[in-house]
Write a protein that binds this ligand. Structure first.
Ligand code: PLP
Length: 401
């Protein structure tokens, strides 16, 4: 059994804060500052350029995207050697999508849904615009995705857990439907990796991408990851053909030859200091069984839903009640949601707001427990019953909501 009291002790959270925003930016692992300091002073400071290589005098920075990629890969059910880190998630979405389209050259349509994260949709728009030749993005309502998977679809591009509602798509079933119609699937796991058990290999995903700064706690700006299924690994075309995805980067060959398997999805120089922080965060994940995580997450979200619904009739639940359709966040609709969230944050309950009216609360069992949920519910009830959000101080919108 995973000891979640032990994992909680491995995070440095401000005293008194109930942090329900680990679905946006995970908190600081206590071991991360020393690990980053070591990468700065002992590695960068003393090894300098030798830091890239492994062995005596080196820190092995160049191999880290694949090594850490495998550590993330374990959490998403990937076969070893098929996940690599780098860049930002938006870039990895573009890369996966471009490779997916190249696998189906006779088709022109990317299918996605209106619950997808805007950056994914923007990346698809940018890519189809660049390709021209009739390429198009088709966006349907989340509930209509299955019916919209037809024989003209080249790539099905979905985020497994909706960033606003917390609703979860059935990844294996939709992937199977896509395959039956000859389409390739691209799954964004931003709100799945570290939030619930994922099985990209068992579920048949062709490509999967995600970030490491949310539930995985890699810190602001932590690199993204990309998974390419083994059956595509040596044929997937890396449209962002950077030198570190080359088969022999240090041959400095003027023409591009893709590297082996997922290594070809590397682009340029990896973010060494960010990877040091992520390495420390992933040590905590070594203590976690994903089935235990899921059981704890569902218990927390159930408890929160019951508590808020029992005390705040003005809040409308938008997250599915059905466990199979839920991620690890709970969202409520409220017309003055922005101000209400500011009032909560001022009282130590940190969630976030997603336009136009969604109050979003993330539940990460690694550092949130039932006592936190009960305290959060009591504060939410107080703020809502007393209309404490109705204060000009809470109306001014920050750039990041
Ligand atoms: C589902 C999803 N996709 C893509 C992104 C964009 O990620 P990035 O800013 O790392 O490019 C986010 C960011 O929160 C996201 O939640």
């Amino acid at each position: 059994m995973t000891d979640f009291a032990a994992t909680k002790a491995l995070f440095d959270l401000p005293p008194g804060m109930i942090y329900l925003d680990g679905n946006s930016l995970g908190p600081l692992p206590r071991a991360a500052p020393a690990r980053v300091a070591q990468a700065v002073t002992a590695e960068w400071g003393q090894m300098l350029i030798a830091g890239w290589n492994r062995g005596a005098g080196g820190a092995g920075w160049m191999a880290q995207p694949a090594i850490l990629g495998d550590r993330v890969g374990r959490l998403i059910g990937a076969e070893p050697g098929h996940t690599v880190l780098g860049d930002t998630l938006s870039i990895k979405v573009w890369q996966a999508l471009a490779a997916a389209l190249a696998l189906r050259p006779d088709r022109r349509v990317i299918l996605s849904d209106s619950g997808n994260f805007p950056s994914d949709l923007y990346m698809a728009e940018g890519l189809t615009g660049l390709l021209g030749q009739g390429y198009a993005l088709r966006v349907v309502e989340p509930r209509d995705v299955a019916a919209a998977i037809g024989p003209d679809i080249a790539a099905l591009m979905l985020t497994e857990v909706d960033y606003r509602t917390g609703g979860r798509h059935d990844m294996p079933a939709l992937t199977a439907l896509a395959h039956a119609q000859g389409a390739v699937s691209v799954w964004d796991l931003a709100h799945s990796a570290g939030a619930l058990p994922v099985d990209v290999a068992g579920g048949g995903a062709d490509f999967a991408v995600g970030c490491t700064y949310k539930y995985l706690n890699g810190g602001p700006g932590a690199p993204a990851f990309i998974y390419v299924a083994p059956r595509h690994a040596d044929i997937a075309r890396p449209a962002l053909s950077g030198w570190l995805g080359h088969a022999r980067p240090f041959a400095f060959d003027p023409t591009y030859t893709p590297g082996a398997r997922v290594e070809r999805m590397r682009v340029g120089t990896p973010p060494v200091l960010q990877m040091a922080a992520l390495d420390a965060a992933l040590d905590i994940w070594d203590l976690v069984d994903m089935a235990d995580l899921r059981a704890a997450s569902l218990a927390l979200t159930d408890r929160f839903i019951a508590g808020v619904e029992g005390t705040c009739p003005m809040l409308t639940l938008v997250t599915p009640r059905d466990h199979d359709r839920r991620g690890s966040q709970v969202s409520f609709r409220f017309a003055d949601g922005y101000g209400a969230m500011q009032a909560l944050i001022a009282r130590g309950v940190v969630g976030d707001f997603r336009a136009p009216d969604i109050m979003r609360f993330g539940f990460a069992p690694l550092f949130i427990d039932a006592t936190d949920v009960d305290r959060a519910v009591a504060i939410i009830a107080q703020v809502m019953a007393g209309r404490l959000w109705d204060d000009p101080a809470y109306r001014a919108r920050h750039a990041v909501t």
